[in-house]
Write a protein that binds this ligand. Structure first.
Ligand SMILES: *Cc1c(COP(=O)(O)O)cnc(C)c1O
Length: 315
């Protein structure tokens, strides 16, 4: 297995992938594995560009995409990008408890399965395909999670994917405005890689993000994400995907700001929250006309001044 290493904070390098594939004349490379949205660094990669590079190199490798923190939250196009295998989980954009691993395979990937010689049992699609054909599962399925998934998909269909992507982008832009107002930087090195589902926020040298995360949790009951691997201690993360709105996120920003000040990071109190508030105000959808006011409540007051018993309850 070849690992293409990049600076943490950058996305998948389509150019280098294209070069490597063009040099692989014997087509020894069977598959390409890419994380669409890298959750530890808050980086979104351009899968369409990777597909373009594969096509330009006329390389038949399968394209595997980890979409755990993108599917349902950031634009992801299985068919258009000719993704062969996409994975996601129930616990992120699908707004469910953890527990379902969801895999989507292209016809090409299903055909490759028939030729594959690697030994496998639990991870063999075959059992699932055969059992599903008659409406069954090869193992006991998590029925509660499947009911939940049905509801999540109904919510997503009702709201419309484009609206959901736009909402994530707007909420994320508010977080990014807060980060700028704090005078801090994201781990993602350039706007093309900024993730709309998670922001990894670098804190000043000489301070420890583990302390920020600890104080946020123990003092303010706020669970921030930690930096992983070589970024441990250097950043904290705010996730902003799924069922989320402005005020929920402003709460997280307020808590992060307080915890940062508590551990001695110099910030203007309220600066990040204010920047996010102003972003959300400036980009709020226009309000629909106010519905007509109900008939005067005075009429419902008997002479005693006490409210009359309610005959009906309105939502
Ligand atoms: C959360 C996440 C995972 C891990 O999912 P698990 O269900 O915990 O295995 C993998 N990849 C990405 C990109 C994620 O965001």
């Amino acid at each position: 297995m070849d690992i293409i290493d990049v600076e943490w904070g950058e996305g998948a390098p389509a150019d280098r992938i294209g070069e490597i594939l063009s040099q692989d004349k014997q087509h020894e490379i069977k598959g390409l594995l890419i994380v669409h949205n890298e959750t530890a660094t808050g980086v979104t990669s351009d899968i369409a560009a990777v597909r373009g590079a594969m096509d330009a190199a006329h390389h038949p490798a399968l394209l595997y995409v980890d979409g755990v923190s993108s599917v349902g939250s950031i634009d992801f196009r299985m068919d258009e990008w000719k993704v062969d295998l996409a994975i996601t989980g129930s616990q992120k954009g699908l707004m469910l408890p953890a527990g379902l691993g969801i895999v989507c395979a292209s016809p090409k990937a299903l055909a490759a399965r028939e030729q594959a010689k690697c030994p496998r049992a639990f991870f063999d699609f075959g059992d699932m395909i055969w059992a599903n054909a008659t409406g069954y599962f090869p193992y006991t399925p998590s029925i509660p999670l499947l009911y939940g998934l049905r509801e999540s998909l109904a919510i997503i269909a009702e709201q419309g994917l484009d609206n959901i992507f736009a909402r994530h982008h707007r909420l994320a832009d508010g977080v990014r405005a807060a980060v700028r107002a704090w005078g801090l930087k994201l781990c993602a090195k350039a706007p093309q890689w900024y993730s709309d589902t998670v922001s990894a926020i670098m804190i000043p040298d000489g301070t420890n993000a583990a302390d920020v995360i600890d104080v946020a949790f123990r003092r303010y009951n706020l669970a921030l994400g930690a930096g992983l691997g070589r970024l441990a201690g250097k950043l904290f993360r705010i996730g902003h995907l799924g069922d989320l709105n402005e005020l929920m996120l402003l709460g997280a920003l307020a808590g992060a700001e307080m915890a940062m000040r508590d551990v001695g990071i110099q910030l203007t109190p309220g600066a990040g929250v204010a920047a996010a508030q102003e972003h959300y105000r400036a980009t709020a959808a226009p309000l629909a006309a106010r519905p007509p006011a109900p008939a005067s409540t005075d009429a419902q007051l008997p002479a005693s001044g006490k409210p009359a018993p309610r005959a009906t309850v309105r939502a």
